[in-house]
Design a protein. Structure first.
Length: 318
């Protein structure tokens, strides 16, 4: 029996590894330039920033220059290397045809490089960094989208970025707007406010008249659930034979029976109020009244109670 349990755990573990993928920033990088296995450049765009990854076949520094005017002159340089667990990346500027390339800050500019990461592995060095598309710094090139951008690159066998490179090259890249990552728009919250005995409720501060006011029975607020369900976009079903109400919102499904203290939430039996088995759905004057907190919280909303004003506030999503 123990062996069967162990095998089941191993199976679930392997299934998880091979069938589910956690998306992280590494998945966004797109190869934009390559010179054999010597040097590769990847990128993605997020908001006003460009995220770059340089990969070079070396244990020394990697360098890239944007928009040189002649050979190395006027190139906006980024130079990086790794020493142990430390990563060093410099925002530099080439002042001559073949250098030198002092740091921007020594020329009166700024270091506009952020989100620096790096590693050395199996004879390769990887440097990651990000910068604004337009830093407003005269020592940085404007990385215009969907336009040709001239680049120069270099690698070295040592970490002194003032030393001569062991290999170099040049090329043209084009950063595409199509490769920009769009963040999902946060879902707007819906806020409902109801007061005991009041037939006026508020939906995002807009008043709405309801036909039955909330009431308190057995210390819990009850209300015809349509006034909660409809503003949240939930579906409500009624089964007259079983005297059952089903509320469905997104992936959540709640089933409640009139007069019963046990409901089903996503197929599992759940007590409506573990502290009071008298809290049950009721039919009052022909209207089905459900416990507001139980339904709202199991739909993914938060519920707040103000005893002083006898007001229930429901926020979805919480």
């Amino acid at each position: 029996m123990k062996r069967l349990i162990y095998l089941s755990i191993i199976f679930i573990f392997l299934f998880t590894i091979f069938n589910f993928k956690i998306i992280n920033s590494e998945d966004y990088y797109k190869l934009i330039f390559q010179s054999g296995e010597k040097f590769k450049l990847y990128y993605y765009i997020k908001g006003d920033y460009v995220y770059f990854k340089m990969e070079g076949k070396t244990k020394g520094y990697l360098a890239i220059g944007f928009e040189p005017t002649d050979k190395m002159k006027d190139a906006d340089m980024v130079i990086g290397y790794v020493v142990g667990k430390n990563v060093y990346v410099f925002d530099a500027y080439s002042t001559g045809l073949y250098g030198p390339h002092p740091e921007d800050i020594s020329l009166g500019g700024k270091n506009n490089i952020i989100d620096v990461k790096g590693e050395e592995n199996d004879g390769y060095t990887i440097i990651k960094f990000a910068r604004l598309i337009d830093t407003k710094d005269k020592y940085d090139a404007v990385l215009k989208l969907d336009k040709d951008i001239k680049i120069i690159w270099a690698i070295s066998e040592n970490d002194d970025f003032n030393s001569k490179h062991s290999d170099r090259g040049s090329g043209v890249i084009k950063l595409s707007k199509l490769d920009a990552i769009t963040e999902p728009t946060p879902k707007a919250k819906t806020v409902l406010k109801l007061r005991i005995g009041d037939t006026k409720m508020y939906i995002n501060d807009s008043p709405k008249i309801i036909d039955v006011a909330p009431i308190i029975i057995e210390g819990r607020t009850l209300l015809p659930i349509r006034w909660i369900a409809e503003p949240l976009g939930a579906e409500v079903l009624w089964d007259g034979n079983e005297k059952k109400v089903t509320v469905i919102l997104s992936s959540n499904k709640i089933e409640l029976w009139i007069g019963k203290a046990i409901a089903k939430v996503n197929g599992k039996d759940v007590q409506i109020d573990p502290n009071n088995l008298k809290v049950v759905p009721l039919i009052i004057q022909g209207r089905t009244m459900l416990p507001v907190r139980f339904v709202a919280e199991n739909l993914g909303a938060s519920v707040e109670w103000d005893a002083k004003t006898q007001t229930v506030t429901i926020t979805y999503p919480k």
